[in-house]
Design a protein around this ligand. Structure first.
Ligand code: THU
Length: 130
């Protein structure tokens, strides 16, 4: 199964009764395995989690810590960009050149990279004086 197909499939399981905006994400680990996640909202709105966070959590839970490819899909007019927090989460496990495909359910796609999504990212080197 392709990464975008995995994201499309898991999106069906998104729990989004408040925004009604279902998102699916899939990441490929260094092993080649695919990990999928969907957004999971909460009545206490800030407690909701994004699709990307779910996919990353599944990857780490399976024992992997390196992302080689990312796909995100939603039913939006244009390919949906990951939120700021998810950009930082993707940057934790993906090198700058890791390809990211953003897609709509209608078939529009946009190709970018983890590095282009988060220029000037906060990295461990910024804590060197501690
Ligand atoms: N959302 C994601 O899951 N990923 C994104 O890249 C953008 C936004 C979710 C969070 C919330 O459940 C809903 O979309 C509306 O913001």
């Amino acid at each position: 199964m392709s990464l975008i197909d995995a994201a499309r499939e898991v999106r069906e399981n998104a729990y989004a009764p408040y925004s009604h905006f279902k998102v699916g994400a899939a990441v490929r680990g260094r092993s080649g395995a695919i990990y999928a996640g969907c957004n999971v909202e909460n009545v206490a709105y800030p407690e909701g989690t994004c699709a990307e966070a779910g996919a990353i959590a599944a990857m780490v839970a399976a024992g992997e810590t390196e992302i080689t490819e990312v796909a995100v899909i939603a039913d939006s007019p244009a390919p949906v960009p990951p939120c700021g927090g998810c950009r930082q989460k993707l940057a934790e496990f993906g090198r700058h050149d890791v390809p990211v495909t953003l897609a709509t359910t209608e078939g529009k796609t946009m190709e970018t990279t983890v590095g282009d999504l988060l220029p000037g990212r906060f990295e461990v080197a910024h804590m060197d004086r501690t």
